[in-house]
Design a protein. Structure first.
Length: 145
């Protein structure tokens, strides 16, 4: 079923997963993605340290590609002749979300005097006083009154 041309990408991904599994665990962790272009297998790695390690173990990787029968069967279509490594500036892992809403500790005190005869202003000051008291209990300010 995988011999059908429609499944070429699936065969390629199977080849890449077998190559990745054949590598040592230290190298597996550094791989972001792989692709083949002009009979050259390219590894995109996360960090320059992984590139140095790949360059150091390049002969091991070439031996794996030429000696392991499962890899030869899965990757025979691609006829990989060279192996190259580069550091990718892209990361597949999402960055952790940080809260953009700032949190502050309440510095005001709710024990202030309201000196006004206007009922509307008195009710606003009472709402502010309650908000300050709640924020002091909670320890943060989130901008709500």
């Amino acid at each position: 079923m995988l011999a059908h041309p429609t499944y070429a990408k699936l065969r390629q991904q199977t080849c890449f997963s077998l190559i990745k599994k054949a590598l040592p665990a230290t190298l597996q962790r550094g791989i972001l993605f792989m692709y083949v272009k002009n009979r050259t297998l390219f590894f995109a790695v996360k960090h320059p340290a992984f590139k140095m390690e790949f360059d150091y173990k390049l002969s091991l990787i070439k031996k794996l590609l030429s000696s392991m029968p499962p890899l030869q069967e899965a990757c025979g279509v691609h006829r990989i002749e060279q192996v190259k490594v580069f550091v990718s500036k892209f990361s597949t892992q999402p960055e952790p979300e940080s809260s953009s809403e700032p949190r502050y500790t309440e510095r005001a005190h709710p024990d202030f005097a309201v000196r006004t005869d206007n009922e509307r202003l008195t009710s606003v000051f009472e709402a502010i006083r309650e908000s300050v008291a709640k924020n002091r209990e909670r320890g943060t300010v989130n901008g709500e009154w």
